[in-house]
Design a protein around this ligand. Structure first.
Ligand code: G3P
Ligand code: MG
Length: 497
């Protein structure tokens, strides 16, 4: 089974490399045509606060485009790069600061005390006392409970769009303390979903799952891209409904955010087939983009208008250093970088067959770019199964451990529960996690996925997976309910006289 540590899967740059950046400087894409990589992270070294870590792009064969790109692979020398999900040799910055709640002023529907007893009813002192006594007497089991963690994919595991997968609610109740020890089992959420601020998404998910979800245990595809705000000043943000991705970028600290509507409002001829409403005109922020250089393109979420977005992105990629109404003399050295928040080809929805996702948009864009310029498009893709996203997940897990158990450490036994073998499972496998594949989403196969088998097995649903994993770590007879009437000393009857 491949791992991220395999030499042919990991770029030979150091795993962590820290620098401070001059965000006012254009990216250092000053390489000659044909040089690699062309999508370099600006590398100015300056004094200042470093709040990100750079992780080299992986070269895995999953969630990539190989199977879809036969017509585009023109020479053997391009083969390796065509098989790559990310442009080889680039780095993906991830935030060094793990807690989003320290960085943003978001509010939680469940109030600030929620992390203390997530998922549990209002404080009942006797319950807490009993739980504490039980935990005192079950030292080994408690250690094991703190030495395991779950990482949940969301779509196809806990919910289908806005619809609850009922086992998902029960799982969260168990992990939030409804278990024989009354203990919180560490868990985070790692989704390739996108398109709205984390605070809005957790509000929505908390309601659907009827359990509080804290922003500090939540990662969506673009969450680690917060780190890019340190690198680029003016960015084009693409995708999502209305202006929600502008909001996301604002929360991440990007200084100067442009969205396609701003461009159309400035020059409607740029997108000849777009019907631009009065409302859109009113809410856009046109400027004289003849005078502004866009430093990078960030595709945060699915495009709602492929024709317009692809046209604008193509114009920028072929421009001189991100200036509209210009044409680069050299398509490579003057090209601005482009980032995608995730690479999934397909996404399960209410429709009977999965729908095309951001990966499909990217492949179309790459093909068009290649046809128009004759050169490959260098790009960076975040999200599962990219190494950077898993490294960020580690940061978030250990930080969440500190929040719930006052012990900032990474548990030894991590279980990834997902429905998509090509992202959740292969990424978890390569990262050395136990992987559980559930049958409630994308995966519809037999005993296990043939290409990317789940290491811990295939389960009917998330509850089966979680119970099996907990029994393995905590004992086959582990009880998935907290009994408030139990006497902690002899394990029977009532502790309260
Ligand atoms: O591929 C799009 C996204 O909705 C997938 O979400 O939670 O399954 O990673 P998730
Ligand atoms: Mg999924």
């Amino acid at each position: 089974m491949p791992t991220f540590e395999d030499s042919d899967l990991v770029a030979e740059t150091p795993l962590t490399q820290t620098k401070s950046r001059d965000i006012n400087r254009a990216p250092s894409n000053n390489l000659a045509v044909g040089d690699s990589p062309t999508l370099a992270i600006p590398s100015d070294i300056q004094d200042g606060t470093v709040t990100s870590i750079e992780v080299p792009a992986t070269r895995n064969s999953v969630a990539d485009t190989t199977n879809y790109m036969h017509n585009l692979s023109i020479s053997p020398s391009m083969k390796d790069r065509r098989g790559s999900r990310n442009s080889f040799g680039t780095s993906l910055p991830i935030p060094r600061g793990k807690r989003q709640s320290r960085l943003s002023s978001v509010h939680y529907p469940d109030g600030p005390g929620a992390a203390v007893r997530p998922g549990m009813p209002p404080i009942q002192p006797s319950r807490d006392i009993i739980a504490a006594q039980l935990q005192d007497l079950a030292g080994e089991k408690v250690q094991a409970a703190k030495d395991m963690a779950f990482v949940f994919d969301i779509d196809g595991v806990l919910v289908h769009g806005d619809r609850l997968i009922p086992e998902g609610q029960r799982v969260l109740e168990i992990l939030n303390g409804d278990n024989e020890l009354g203990i919180k089992i560490p868990h985070i959420f790692l989704t390739n979903g996108s398109g709205k601020p984390e605070s809005a998404r957790i509000d929505q998910l908390s309601q659907i799952l009827k359990n509080p979800i804290h922003i500090d245990q939540f990662i969506q595809s673009h969450t680690p891209m917060r780190a890019l705000a340190e690198y680029y000043k003016t960015v084009l943000v693409v995708g999502g409904e209305g202006y929600k991705c502008r909001e996301v970028a604002e929360e991440y600290g990007f200084q100067d955010i442009v969205v396609p509507n701003d461009i159309i409002a400035w020059d409607p001829t740029i997108a000849p087939y777009r019907v631009f409403t009065d409302e859109e005109r009113k809410t856009s922020r046109p400027r004289d983009f003849n005078k502004i250089n866009i430093d990078a393109i960030m595709v945060f979420s699915d495009s709602r208008d492929y024709a317009t977005d692809i046209q604008i992105i193509m114009d920028l990629l072929q421009s001189e250093n991100g200036r509209f109404h210009t044409k680069a003399k050299d398509p490579v050295s003057q090209r601005i970088p482009i980032y995608f928040s995730q690479g999934d080809m397909l996404c399960p929805t209410e429709h009977p067959f999965p729908r095309m996702s951001q990966g499909a948009f990217r492949i179309g864009l790459e093909a068009m770019y290649k046809s128009l310029t004759g050169v490959e498009l260098e790009r960076v893709v975040y999200g599962k199964p990219e190494l950077a996203t898993y490294k960020y997940a580690d940061e978030v897990i250990s930080s969440w451990m500190e929040t719930i158990h006052n012990d900032e450490k990474l548990p030894a036994n991590i279980y990834m529960i997902g429905d998509n073998p090509a992202s959740d499972i292969i990424g978890g496998n390569m990262y050395g996690w136990n992987t559980c594949l559930v049958r409630t989403g994308v995966f519809q196969g037999g005993d296990n996925d043939e290409e990317n088998p789940a290491s811990f097995g295939v389960f009917a649903n998330v509850l089966d997976a979680v119970k099996t994993a907990m029994k393995k770590e905590l004992g086959q007879d582990f009880n998935f309910e907290f009994n408030e009437k139990i006497n902690p000393v002899h394990g029977k009857g009532s502790a309260i006289e």
